[in-house]
Design a protein around this ligand. Structure first.
Ligand code: SAH
Ligand code: SF4
Length: 408
C-alpha cells in the first residue's frame, strides 16, 4: 500500500473506522445509562425481588441459601407462567421451603397509583415503584378481536426533547430496571386476570408489546433487553419476538444490537424528511441524521417483507405534511421493507402544534400507499384520559409542574 494512501480511503478501513466509532459511541451511551440506574432490587428489610432476574441470577441467589439449581425452573414457572405473587400458592414446593423463600424474597409488582379506563376501553395505569418514582403503561384493546397492545415505558421522563411530545417536557429522572419493565406487563395482565400465560397460539388479550411509552428504550438498552428476554422465555410469559416492537427516535449505534441480540420488531420515529426540520423537532437528529438512521434500518437484521420496519410519522399541520414531504418520504425509504404509521398529532396541555387536517392526512397517506407502502392513519386511542401517543407524562410531574406555576 502506498504510504500516501490514507488508510480511511479504502472501503474496508472506512468500515473499520465506522465500526470503531460505533463501538465507542455504544460504550458512551451505556456508561451514561448507568448514571441513571434504577435503585437496588433489595428491600429495606433485606428481601430481594425475584422479578427481573435472569435464570442464572435466580440460580445463584438460590445457591446462597443452599437451594439446588432445579428450583429455578420451578420458580420461573410459578412467577412467569402462573403469575403468582405469593409463595404459599406454589403447590409443587413443600411448605417449609415456601416459608423460607418468603423470608428471603418477594415477587414484586409496582403499585397501581392510578388506573383510568377511556370511553374507548383503553386503560392507562400509573405505576409507582418502590422509590416513589412513577411511569405510565397503556393497554389498547383491539376493537374487534380479543387481543390488544400493551404500551410500556422504559424510563421515567426522557433526555430527548422532541418538540411535539409531552414526555419530552419531563426531564429524565432515571432508567427503569428490568424488573420494573417486566412488571408493568405483569401488572397489566393482573388487571385482566390473564394468568396462567396462554401457550403457543392460544389467543391472548394482552397479545403484543410496544415499547412506545415514556422514554427512549435504546438509551436504557441493557434493562430493556433483559426484560424482553424474560418476557420472551418460552417457559414463562412466552411472548414471541414477532409480537414485540421497540420504538426509537433513532439511537443508531444501538439499533444493530437490538436487531442482532433480540430480533424484535423495530419502529423508527422519523417524523421529518429533511435534516433541517428533523433537527428541530427530533433534536437527536443533530447527532444521528436521517441518512444514518435509514442506513441502520437497511441493515436491521430482523427486517424482512414479513417483518417490516415501521416508520412513525407524526402529522403536524403545515409543518411536515405537504405532498412534497410525502414524496420525499417514499424516496428515502425505497427498498426498505417498511410500513408507515401516520399518527395525527395528539395535543397536550401547553402544546403548540395542531394535527393535520383530515384531507391532508388522506392525501399524504395516498401518496405513500401508491408508492407501495402500507400507510395506515392511526386513530388516536385514549385521548380523553391523556393515554394516546406522546401524551404520557407522570401525574407526579404534572402536580410538581402545577406547584411550580403556583409558586411563581
Ligand atoms: N422514545 C421513543 C418511544 C416513545 S414515543 C420514540 O420516540 O420513538 C412513541 C411514539 O409517539 C413516537 O413515535 C413519538 O414520536 C410519538 N409521539 C410523541 N408525541 C406525540 C404526540 N403528541 N402525538 C402523537 N404522537 C406522538
Ligand atoms: Fe423522548 Fe420519544 Fe418523546 Fe422524543 S418522542 S421526547 S424520544 S419519548
Amino acid at each position: 500500500m502506498s504510504f500516501f494512501t490514507a488508510s480511511s480511503s479504502s472501503p474496508t478501513a472506512d468500515a473499520n473506522a465506522i465500526a470503531l466509532m460505533d463501538e465507542r459511541e455504544r460504550a458512551r451511551i451505556l456508561a451514561k445509562a448507568a448514571l441513571f440506574s434504577p435503585p437496588s432490587a433489595t428491600l429495606p428489610d433485606g428481601r430481594r425481588d425475584l422479578v427481573g432476574l435472569s435464570r442464572d441470577e435466580i440460580t445463584a441467589i438460590l445457591a446462597e441459601i443452599g437451594e439446588k439449581p432445579f428450583r429455578t425452573k420451578q420458580l420461573w414457572h410459578w412467577i412467569y407462567h402462573q403469575g403468582v405473587t405469593d409463595f404459599a400458592r406454589m403447590s409443587s414446593i413443600a411448605k417449609p421451603l415456601q416459608e423460607k423463600l418468603a423470608e428471603q424474597f418477594i415477587i414484586g409488582r409496582p403499585e397501581p397509583a392510578m388506573v383510568q379506563t377511556s370511553s374507548d376501553e383503553t386503560r392507562k395505569f400509573l405505576f409507582r415503584f418502590r422509590d416513589g418514582q412513577e411511569a405510565e403503561t397503556v393497554y389498547i384493546p383491539d376493537r374487534k378481536e380479543d387481543r390488544g397492545a400493551v404500551c410500556i415505558s422504559s424510563q421515567v421522563g426522557c433526555t430527548l426533547s422532541c418538540t411535539f411530545c409531552h414526555t419530552g417536557t419531563q426531564k429524565l429522572v432515571r432508567n427503569l430496571g428490568a424488573a420494573e419493565i417486566v412488571s408493568q406487563f405483569m401488572a397489566a395482565r393482573d388487571s385482566y386476570s390473564e394468568w396462567p400465560s396462554p401457550k403457543g397460539e392460544t389467543p391472548r388479550l394482552l397479545s403484543t408489546i410496544v415499547l412506545m411509552g415514556m422514554g427512549e428504550p435504546l438509551y436504557n438498552y441493557e434493562n430493556v433487553a433483559k426484560a424482553m428476554r424474560i418476557i420472551m422465555d418460552g417457559e414463562g410469559i412466552g411472548l414471541s419476538r414477532r409480537r414485540i416492537t421497540l420504538s426509537t427516535s433513532g439511537v443508531v449505534p444501538l439499533m444493530d444490537r437490538c436487531g442482532d441480540e433480540l430480533g424484535i420488531n423495530l419502529a423508527v420515529s422519523l417524523h421529518a424528511v429533511r435534516n433541517d426540520l428533523r433537527d428541530q423537532i427530533v433534536p437527536l437528529n443533530r447527532k444521528y441524521p436521517i441518512e444514518e438512521v435509514l442506513a441502520a434500518c437497511r441493515r436491521y437484521p430482523a427486517a424482512s417483507n414479513a417483518r417490516r420496519i415501521t416508520f412513525e410519522y407524526i402529522m403536524l399541520r403545515d409543518v411536515n405534511d405537504s405532498d412534497a414531504d410525502a414524496r420525499e418520504l417514499v424516496r428515502l425509504i425505497s427498498g426498505i421493507p417498511a410500513k408507515v404509521n401516520l399518527i395525527p398529532f395528539n395535543p397536550w396541555p401547553g402544546s403548540e402544534y395542531r394535527p393535520s387536517t383530515r384531507e391532508r392526512q388522506s392525501r399524504f397517506a395516498e401518496i405513500v400507499m401508491n408508492a407501495g407502502f402500507a400507510s395506515p392513519i392511526r386513530t388516536p386511542r385514549g385521548r380523553d384520559i391523556l393515554a394516546a401517543c406522546g401524551q404520557l407524562k407522570t401525574a407526579s410531574e404534572r402536580a410538581r409542574a402545577g406547584q411550580a406555576v403556583a409558586d411563581e
